[in-house]
Write a protein that binds this ligand. Structure first.
Ligand SMILES: Nc1nc2c(ncn2[C@@H]2O[C@H](COP(=O)(O)OP(=O)(O)OP(=O)(O)O)[C@@H](O)[C@H]2O)c(=O)[nH]1
Ligand SMILES: [Mg+2]
Length: 466
């Protein structure tokens, strides 16, 4: 663990903010009280410069102040607090992105008094200094990791404070209820008049519980768009699993041959299916085998099937259904699944009818992975299965897992408060305890009440330099 002393938290931090490897530019970020001093020591402007003006770009060179050695030709900028990402003085050096060059500049910066930033530490400071709340910090992470347009939109909304706003509204409604209850505590002799508990219960239900439940209901959708969902393609060897993977990805990702047992490893690739980030998993064909390598592949395939959220069970529609097909189907039929009857381009009508009889349900899709036939219908079926057939409407905001758990805690406390208010005899003290608990749970979402542990957990997911 890192030291928790004040010096550590107040130190000037620095990191390379761009991904490693050659590129047009590479950025070094410095944040903290020493930022300006360090910049002055290392940066030699082309034109003489008395003082940096905030938020201006300057052209010049980075030189090692000890040896005078030239390190890079750069642009630099200084953003004085509080108008910066962290609300501290922030300096940025835009150099040529070569691994060695950037490392050299960073070393100089560290030698002049900064320490290496931890992953997410710049953003953590932005949070600690009150520029963003915790839900916005998490939105930044979502923004960086977004794999679909919708995930991006959700992240942007949250970054702009859409979730924080909703939480604030809930908290205000809670606070005004709490005020009424507290009056009842302070002036018990004033009797029921001040606190018409039944009305208060109704108000809480309408103004807090209902919107809170609405917000909770968007969790699943949000998770879908943020994290996507794993879909495994499984079936006997040679039925066309890898061909389907390629068809859905629109590229020749997996090897396809007429030889049964071609795929032995697990192949995972993200595809965008109707806006959903879907992790497609192609697996080895399921069969008994003497081959050691293939055997391992089959074992892994079974593991993937067990983990997957959705299974596409694939069969060869050009052949009649066999015992083996039914036996394998038994393995997966309890999972959310689709049955894809493949190779309809070469399948006879009678054989296809046999398949229709074998799996008489709405999850049956007829396709030709090779010719691209029925792939759109299959994508539609996947979408329906994933979204549970609910509307295609995407929510404006959606809590993540951490936020959902806090919302649920708030809901429990609220439900207790409402139940107590509806009893014939009301003990305002009890109600107040629950309302305060609900308030503090909501506060966890925006980060008014946090622990070092929680912050570590959130910010360590960031990349270095963010
Ligand atoms: N006619 C026709 N042939 C197909 C179709 N889909 C796949 N094939 C052929 O079937 C053979 C096997 O295809 P693959 O995609 O490798 O099958 P697989 O299920 O991944 O096979 P394994 O990796 O061995 O388990 C290849 O020769 C493909 O060209 C289809 O829709 N129609
Ligand atoms: Mg294959």
């Amino acid at each position: 663990m890192k030291p928790a002393d004040l010096d550590y938290a107040e130190a000037t931090i620095a990191a390379i903010a761009t991904p490693p490897g050659p590129g047009a530019i590479g950025v070094i970020k410095i944040s903290g009280n020493l930022a300006e001093k360090i910049l002055k020591r290392l940066f030699k402007p082309l034109k003489p410069l008395k003082e940096f003006q905030s938020h201006r770009l300057y052209y010049g060179f980075i030189k090692d102040p000890r040896t005078g050695e030239l390190v890079d030709e750069v642009l630099v900028t200084l953003m004085r607090k509080p108008r910066s990402y962290t609300r501290e003085d922030v300096a940025e050096i835009y150099g040529h992105s070569g691994y060695l060059v950037l490392t050299k500049i960073l070393e100089l910066v560290l030698r002049e008094g900064a320490r290496l930033a931890e992953p997410g530490e710049f953003t953590k400071r932005a949070f600690l200094n009150g520029r963003i709340d915790l839900s916005q910090a998490e939105a930044l992470l979502d923004l960086i990791n977004a794999r679909s347009e919708e995930a991006l939109r959700l992240a942007l909304n949250q970054l702009r404070g859409a979730l924080a706003e909703k939480i604030l509204a809930l908290k205000e409604a809670l606070l005004s209820a709490l005020a009424v209850v507290e009056v009842a505590i302070d002036f018990p002799e004033e009797d029921v008049e001040l606190l018409s508990h039944y009305d208060l219960a109704r108000e809480l239900e309408e103004n807090v519980l209902m919107p809170l439940n609405k917000l909770l209901a968007t969790y699943q959708r949000g998770r879908l768009y943020r994290e996507g969902i794993a879909v495994v393609i499984a079936g006997r060897p040679n039925v066309g699993k890898s061909s389907l993977l390629n068809a859905l990805l629109l590229e020749e990702r997996a090897i396809v041959t007429p030889i049964p047992g071609t795929t032995r490893d697990v192949i995972e690739e993200f595809a965008n299916i109707k806006g959903l980030p879907i992790k497609l998993i192609d697996t080895a064909g399921l069969r008994e085998t003497e081959d050691l390598v293939e055997g391992i592949g089959v074992k892994r395939a079974r593991e993937k099937i067990a983990e997957a959220e959705i299974v596409i069970f694939m069969v060869d529609g050009s052949q009649e259904p066999s015992e083996e097909d039914f036996r394998l189907y038994e393995e997966i039929k309890e999972r959310p699944h689709l049955v894809a009857v493949n190779k309809i381009d070469i399948a006879g009508e009678e054989t296809l009818n046999l398949w229709k009889k074998a799996f008489p349900h709405e999850r049956l899709v007829f396709i030709s992975a090779k010719e691209g036939e029925g792939i759109e219908a299959l994508a539609e079926q996947i979408f329906l299965l994933v979204t549970g057939g609910r509307s295609k409407e995407i929510p404006q905001v959606a809590p993540n897992l951490r936020q959902k758990m806090a919302l649920e805690k708030a809901r429990e406390a609220l439900e207790r408060a409402v139940a107590n208010l509806k009893k014939p005899t009301v003990y305002p003290e009890l109600v107040a305890v629950d309302l305060r608990e609900a308030l503090s749970s909501l506060g966890e979402i925006t980060g008014e009440a946090t622990t070092e542990d929680l912050l570590d957990r959130i910010f360590s997911n960031f990349c270095l330099g963010k």
